[in-house]
Ligand binder design. Structure first.
Ligand SMILES: [Mg+2]
Length: 246
């Protein structure tokens, strides 16, 4: 299933949804959009609002400008489309994430091996990065982390819409992470359940671990990965790295 590595991994990059958090993103997103569109008080109808939101998100994901943060790209596009100011939109979204997003918590659950995985990585003094696609504000990421039984302090770096300039599957997203944590690509292992978004880390020179528990098969039908297995296997693999060092 996998071979023992010959690399000295210093950092473990972990996807959130469907990887260390039991959450089916493909069913969660429609539920999330339903609640958000109910909150929206502008003069657009629901379907038009959702279309603009999704197309603005797609514009952000495709953006490749190194000097504009994801949140800037999103707001510029979205505000222009719906004809409201950034301040107006921001206050609606802030209210939504504080008061309504928590009600979606039933969509997320703890993974039985996620805690053990993080503890094994910590015991090996690995840098821990929450490499979740930075299309959400930090508050939405921290809340989902909580649904999985974790706190943000357990990670050395968390990617969010506010602090990143690129999104998955752009390899520049992974390059930005490794520069933030001062590692080379060869020192990092990226683990996730999405064959497109997570395995694209290989294009930035990282090794990858495809997590099969809630696998999302997208893009290439035969994607290249370094290792694959259940999250349980990843926890075991990370634990084994310690013995390998000596
Ligand atoms: Mg995922």
């Amino acid at each position: 299933m996998y071979r023992y590595n010959t690399r000295q991994y210093q950092a473990l990059l972990l996807d959130l949804d469907g990887t260390i958090l039991n959450l089916d993103i493909e069913n969660f997103i429609p539920a999330y959009l339903e609640v958000l569109s109910e909150k929206y008080t502008g003069n657009l109808n629901r379907d038009v609002f959702i279309r603009h939101l999704l197309e603005s998100t797609a514009r952000m994901v495709a953006n490749n400008e190194p000097n504009r943060k994801n949140i800037e790209v999103f707001y510029d596009e979205f505000c222009q489309r719906i004809g409201q100011s950034r301040e107006q939109i921001h206050s609606i979204l802030e209210d939504f994430y504080q008061n309504d997003f928590p009600a979606l918590s039933s969509w997320g659950g703890k993974h039985p091996y996620a805690r053990e995985l993080l503890e094994n990585a910590r015991q090996n003094n690995m840098i821990l990065v929450l490499a979740t696609n930075p299309i959400f504000p930090l508050t939405a990421i921290v809340q989902r982390l909580g649904w999985g039984g974790f706190s943000p302090e357990e990670f050395d770096f968390i990617t969010s819409i506010e602090n990143m300039h690129f999104c998955k599957p752009n390899p520049a997203y992974y390059k930005e992470i490794i520069s933030r944590i001062n590692c080379s690509p060869q020192q990092c292992l990226m683990a996730g359940n999405d064959t497109l978004e997570d395995l694209s880390a290989a294009k930035a020179g990282l090794d990858t671990f495809l997590v099969e528990d809630l696998i999302l098969q997208r893009g290439d039908q035969n994607p290249a990965y370094t290792y694959r297995g259940k999250l349980k296997d990843l926890a075991f693999f990370i634990k084994g790295l310690e013995a390998f060092r000596y």
